[in-house]
Design a binder for this molecule. Sequence first.
Ligand code: F0G
Length: 354
Amino acid sequence: MGYGKGIIEKYFNILPVNENTPVVTLNEGSTPLIKAENLRDKLGVGFEVFLKYEGLNPTGSFKDRGMTVAVSKAAEKKARAVICASTGNTSASASAYAAKAGMKSIVVIPKGAIALGKLSQALIHGAKVVAVKTNFDGCLKVVRELCEKYEVEMVNSLNPNRIEGQKTASYEITEILGDTPDYQFMPVGNAGNITAYWKGYKEINEKRGLSLPKMMGFQASGAAPIVEDRIVNKPETVATAIRIGNPASWRQAVSARDESKGGIDSVSDEKILQAWQELAACEGVFAEPASAASLAGLKLCLENKKIDKDFRGSVVCILTGHGLKDPDRAVKSVKKPVVVKESTEKVASAAGLI
Ligand code: F0G
């Protein structure tokens, strides 16, 4: 037994695994739920704000929860290769877990449209990386076709094992809070994650009678098919992780929204980047831009009075990926360092000490 538990060991009884499943794990899960007191003060709200920092999973995103189950089940079937389409994080996760399992991985990505950190992960883990001159939706279409023709295991969130693994985050949040939250804010791209959380909360509700949170999902305004109720052919956003125009789990996301009496709305790139910097500067939490759609969404709901600022309860914002995935964006978005000569006085002056 290693140090720490992965989610299969921790949640064995609620996952589609058995004693014969070879567990492929990098000790994912058990990510921190951070109390965001500075943000709470800044927003002037009466409720508690928590950040579920999924960027602290082994490959830096929530995908690892789903991938440990998907790759373990692929290993159980003696699959030799896994394949996925990706805006970056799924490819990073799939290639790492495939490496751990001694399997081949193939990742199909939109050319020039994934953050550098994510690309470097897929490459270093030894994936066969194929960049296609299309967007994510086009890549997913190709991958679905390949899976019909060839013996490869698809590890996109269309694979139900991914959803099963990812639902464990709902259990962790509930364990730490001692209850389900009142609201959950999260980004929505291909819509697998909102589907997974909702499944988790519904199970918890059935087993323990705890109330269901309102699921609040956010797309970027240039890539908001669910909000606009139409396929977006050319999705555009700085939040490349959620640059998706035709989500695979569209229907499930709409059910989560409606059943929970929550909402799915869109936030502009400007608001996403503002919230992203706020998370880093106010809370010390560096998430990737797409993750900040959750906080941008919370702020939008406060502005629109869709959520009462004085209610006493708990709100969880899911921060889906680590900021170091996309360092270019950070360097482009904030002030450059001051350059001075080697001199105590000059450094003191530039640092604002004198
Ligand atoms: N946040 C991040 C950081 C993501 O990478 C993704 C999805 C999402 C949010 C949205 O989650 O698709 O389940 O609604 N990334 C996928 C990928 C599409 O290929 O890495 P979703």
